[in-house]
Design a protein. Structure first.
Length: 321
């Protein structure tokens, strides 16, 4: 049965794992929202892939009126068999037993475990946007950038809000484009962007009376465009060890992603009958000088209806350079 991270904590005897889930929820509003369908299974005949098979609705059926003594004009919903991948994703750390025994092992282990959890959230968030399973040779799952490429819900912005003056003159045009994106996504309940775009959208929304803010149960301030959370997708560490925006600004332009987070829209997937989150703490009593700990999630995403997510690309928020 699909569950959220909050539901996964209920009755969990492992308080450390429950604390890691708290870190996931506090670090990512999106992860806190996602329901995870625990139905991914190994591919038939074995192998190293956990697959989640589903049917994606490409085009819904259309109802309408008919005249007396005439038939309805037939049309059928278009659907397509899809497979999403579920991957292990996490972080390991090592503590020398001398350090552990002289600096207070519980405190150091708790610190490293929390940092590993934060790093895991960052990489999951990056995969949700930028994941490309084929390019990564199966080491990640397909994210929204790939899933939306070439679809009708891929929009291109014509707005320039790169300066304060241009934001003043083009704020309504930006909101019109955001509304176009939102209206194309039935049940849209999340907007994902980078920090720089959120500042621009916050300013435009405030001027139009569409801005709101509240503090959630984890003490995190959540900003809203109308009733839709405006979520900073955050940063991750790239291959060069640099911390960069998950949704980049390139040539002064960036993108805004919208989605309907639900079991019939965008949702998480996890292995059949297994925990989403696993925590392996260092065993200080085991032989060996260096003790190893790990935080891991086994997860992916699925998009049940192609209309349930969209992207507004090429929003000009800065000078090219």
């Amino acid at each position: 049965m699909p569950i959220t991270l909050e539901e996964a904590k209920v009755g969990m005897p492992d308080h450390v794992a429950a604390g890691v889930i708290d870190t996931f929820q506090r670090s990512s509003i999106l992860m806190d929202m996602l329901p995870f369908d625990d139905a991914a299974t190994p591919v038939q005949g074995g192998g190293s892939t956990l697959a989640y098979n589903y049917v994606q609705i490409k085009t819904p059926s259309k109802a309408g009126p008919r005249k007396i003594n005439e038939e309805y004009v037939p049309n059928e919903a278009k659907k397509e068999a899809k497979t999403a991948k579920c991957i292990p994703l996490g972080q390991a750390y090592e503590i020398d037993r001398v350090i552990a025994n002289t600096s207070g092992a519980p405190g150091e282990i708790a610190f490293q475990t929390e940092q590993a959890a934060i790093a895991t959230v960052s990489e999951f968030s990056n995969a949700v946007i930028n994941g490309d399973g084929e390019a990564a040779e199966g080491a990640t799952f397909d994210g929204l950038k790939k899933l939306l490429a070439g679809t009708d819900n891929e929009f291109v912005s014509a707005v320039d809000v790169s300066t304060s003056a241009k934001l003043d003159s083009n704020a309504q045009a930006l909101l019109d484009e955001v509304d176009t994106l939102v209206s194309a996504i039935p049940g849209c309940n999340v907007l994902l962007m980078n920090h720089a775009l959120r500042l621009k959208l916050r300013s435009a929304a405030r001027r139009a009376g569409f801005y709101g803010r509240e503090v959630n149960g984890f003490g995190v301030s959540v900003e809203y465009y109308g009733s839709i959370p405006m979520i900073d997708a955050g940063k991750h560490v790239n291959e060069l060890g640099q911390e960069v925006d998950i949704i980049p600004t390139e040539g002064g332009k960036t993108a805004l992603y919208g989605a309907a987070v639900a079991l019939d829209g965008l949702h998480g997937i996890s292995p059949d009958g297994q925990s989403i989150v696993n925590v392996y703490l260092p065993d200080l009593q085991a032989p060996g000088a260096v003790k190893r700990g790990e935080v891991e999630i086994v997860a992916g995403i699925a998009l049940k209806q192609s209309r349930k997510a969209g992207v507004l690309k090429d929003i000009k928020i800065a000078a090219a350079g």
